[in-house]
Design a protein around this ligand. Structure first.
Ligand code: SAH
Ligand code: SF4
Length: 396
């Protein structure tokens, strides 16, 4: 029996877009400083004041979590009125909000009509809590153990859509202003839907906003980006974002990794390990996290544990062993618990921290690799048709 409590309709603090309005105004929530400056200019703020106004807006939106322009008391009334006539501070709509018996929260978020992503808040890891954000709707890669991999890529998320996921969680957890001492969302992990390094520009912009000390101020060392191994983008991730790196490894030889993470055929282990060794800022205080999903009879033998130790020799690393989380018709089984423990012990004795990740939010289907939305890829020709129909309806 599931104890999940679906209270989607209740207690969602975020403002909602009025669906009766055919042309909703764009929202400033999620925009970075440069976009806020453009927005200020676009609604008549003088060029010489635009930067100041953008900074003020930035503070209200990301420090205070403002949902109304009225409270922005350091901005004159007339400018506030103009801003309100052109923009909102709405967050994307929460379609479903599920709370697990273990406190994990999962949000199904509507980014645009028919475009949905999932975001998961996991309490009590690291100092306090991690928010697992999505960078794409669907994924182009087809890792055989991952539910998201069975969904075609719908599209990359914009930076604003990534930032909005953090805002939605903070609205729900009532943790504005950002200076609040007992913050719950202390860490961000890009381990939701999608491959972040295939959307690096937007991921990088979103990290600039999320980590900005005058806003939500989640430090770059508390932000982890997980990749399945997009080798040519790994160094760029480091230089542009200065965040922590996680690698979804899952196998220690090319034959098996080719099967589990098909991207390995393009970027095999040797190339991946070279890129990891060259990751900017790598040292013992900035270890790389390796994720290793435990698949019964597939990659969980002690010989593989030894091969893992050998492969990672000389790399400051932590190995997260993830018990496989099943999904409907998934082709694997999770390793038996004693086997996971024996694997962890061997790796640990070789000098690597090797925590076994406790599955969280299983009752609400929120664990690693279980995220998948119903959004479907729509052909460009279909989109055009839809747009023309909307324009025709609006003109009537
Ligand atoms: N695309 C990125 C980030 C998202 S996946 C990546 O692959 O790294 C986040 C983590 O969950 C990855 O390590 C992924 O391999 C793992 N994962 C995927 N499906 C899983 C499953 N069914 N059970 C356990 N972990 C899974
Ligand atoms: Fe995509 Fe990551 Fe899932 Fe692989 S594990 S299919 S890269 S989301």
């Amino acid at each position: 029996m599931s104890h999940a409590l679906n209270i989607a309709a209740a207690n969602v603090n975020a403002p909602r877009i009025d669906e009766s309005t055919p042309h909703a105004l764009p929202s400033l929530a999620g925009m970075g400083r440069a976009q806020l400056r453009e927005a200020a200019l676009a609604c008549g703020v003088e060029e010489r004041k635009a930067k100041m106004r953008a900074n003020q807006l930035f503070g209200w939106i990301y420090h205070y979590g403002s949902t109304s322009f009225d409270e922005m008391t350091n901005i004159d009334k007339e400018t506030r009125a103009r801003l309100a006539a052109h923009y909102t501070l709405d967050r994307p709509r929460i379609l479903e909000r599920l709370v697990s018996t273990d406190g994990t929260r999962k949000y199904l978020i509507e980014l645009a009509p028919g475009v949905e992503c999932e975001t998961v808040f996991i309490p009590d890891v690291a100092r306090s809590g991690a928010l697992c954000v999505s960078s794409q709707v669907g994924c182009t890669l087809n890792c055989t153990f991952c539910h998201t991999g069975t969904q075609a890529l719908v599209r990359n998320l914009t930076a604003a859509e990534i930032v909005a996921q953090v805002m939605i969680a903070r609205d729900d957890l009532a943790e504005w202003p950002s200076s609040n001492d007992d913050r719950k969302v202390t860490n961000i992990v890009f381990m939701g839907m999608g491959e972040p390094l295939y959307n690096l520009d937007h991921v990088s912009d979103s990290i600039d906003t999320i980590s900005d000390p005058e806003g939500m101020a989640i430090g770059r060392r508390r932000i982890t980006v997980s990749t399945s191994g997009v080798v040519p983008k790994i160094a760029e991730l480091g230089t542009r974002t200065n965040t922590m790196l996680a690698i979804s490894l899952h196998a220690t030889n090319d034959a098996l990794r080719d099967e589990l993470v098909p991207l390995n055929k393009k970027y095999p282990l040797k190339a991946l390990m070279d890129a990891i060794r060259a990751y900017p800022g790598l040292n013992n205080s900035r270890r790389i996290t390796f994720e290793y999903v435990m698949l019964k009879g597939v990659n969980d033998s002690l010989a593989e544990a030894r091969a893992l130790v050998k492969l990672l020799k000389g790399v400051p690393a932590k190995i997260n062993l993830i018990p496989f989380n099943p999904w409907p018709n998934s082709p694997y089984e999770c390793s038996d618990w004693p086997q996971i423990v024996a694997f962890a012990d061997l790796v640990n004795k070789a000098g690597y921290a090797s925590p076994i990740r406790t599955p969280r939010g299983r009752d609400i289907f929120a664990a690693c690799g279980q995220l998948r939305s119903e959004s479907k890829k729509v052909k460009a020709s279909e989109l055009k048709k839809q747009r023309l129909a909307e324009q025709a309806a609006a003109g009537q």
